[in-house]
Design a protein around this ligand. Sequence first.
Ligand SMILES: CCCCC/C=C/CC(=O)SCCNC(=O)CCNC(=O)[C@H](O)C(C)(C)COP(=O)(O)OP(=O)(O)OC[C@H]1O[C@@H](n2cnc3c(N)ncnc32)[C@H](O)[C@@H]1OP(=O)(O)O
Length: 397
Amino acid sequence: MASALCLRLSSTFAGGLSARCLLNSRVQRTQFLHMGRTAFGAHDAAFEAAKERLNTLKEEPDNNVKLQIYALFKQATKGPCNTPKPGAFDFVGRAKWQAWSGLGDISQDEAQKQYIDIINGLAGEESPAETEQAGEEASSYKEIKVTKENKVCSILLNRPAKKNAITWLMYNEIVQALDDASKDDSVTVAVITGAGDYYCSGNDLGNFMNIDPKDMPKMARDGKELLRRFVTAFIDFPKPLIGAVNGPAVGVSVTVLGLFDAVYATDKATFHTPFTELGQSAEGCSSYVFPKLMGNTKANEMLLFNKKLTAHEACERGLVTEVLPHDSFQKEVQTRVEYVAQLPPQSVREGKKLVRDQEREDLHKANEKECEVLEGRWLSEECVRAIMSFFTKKARL
Ligand SMILES: CCCCC/C=C/CC(=O)SCCNC(=O)CCNC(=O)[C@H](O)C(C)(C)COP(=O)(O)OP(=O)(O)OC[C@H]1O[C@@H](n2cnc3c(N)ncnc32)[C@H](O)[C@@H]1OP(=O)(O)O
């Protein structure tokens, strides 16, 4: 069943690439050349250039972006969707159909324009030379930004356009940054925060797309291993780790907060772990830590029944140390972090170790167990359907 349901949004249907396929035959090319302005739109040259640019992108766009590109290409070249809706189990076909029909009757000209804008935007993102030349520390990180200053290592989740959703790359980068901060003697404290209006929207649901059905079990195994390593990096981080929750937090970004040493939240932050809505299950050691922090019934309210907490509720339940006013959040957090940074580092490390050692083994066991259960969940029909709903814009939290 899992393989029948899994999604494959391969690049061959993503607009420009399918454009190339569409125009492969001589007849099609001739038709294309004779379509002219009325059949297409006022941006023909730029549209052609955008198609070429799409083929030269170094990184494949996210699947939902591919869907958008596909839909706009169809609308620009064929007009409004006029094909029958694919059957219930043709998930990819339905996603494509829904994306195209979702454009309604916007004109071919407008579709061309949006297609060009998206592709030019993607191409622009691939040349971020200006920020690097602005004198910032050279860094190999792509989706987080790490800065070290005055003994503080700051890890910024840096995909604001996607609400800082965590991709496979980003999980790896966070593990790498924590490992580096733990070994760097110039660092006494680490802080994690988010760019833009969100702290983090949790696991990037695109992590589960673009998978060939036969590769689903491997994807689940690899995901389990990556998640295990990710959570382990938090359990064993030896220095003080502080969360600066600058906005809403979702999923795995909430659960691992239970492994931080202090969590400061703006009064605009919310805390949401919608695992069962997504056909998934608890991770980040939350099945162990949350009941200890807040008691079983309150933990269940979050982990099983998906209750979204305000910052004050999260503080009452012990997940947040202190709620700070949004307008002075950065400044207030900085004061607290600077205080921790100048404390005698060995003393703080020994103190943290004493506390963590009380439950370290149990945390590792909880992590193992949670990852095992999740591996099975990712292969379930419930989970695949929930992710599909997200990408076809039927369901947002
Ligand atoms: C190694 C694997 C380990 C796996 C560990 C498992 C972890 C479990 C979890 O973390 S479960 C939580 C998963 N997260 C979600 O379900 C959140 C999904 N997102 C939303 O519901 C909404 O986007 C929102 C409520 C976070 C924000 O809504 P809003 O309307 O304000 O904004 P948009 O929906 O328009 O979002 C802006 C763009 O960001 C993309 N995006 C947001 N969150 C995610 C995400 N988690 N995964 C992928 N993409 C995300 C969204 O698609 C928009 O992109 P677009 O502009 O290109 O459409």
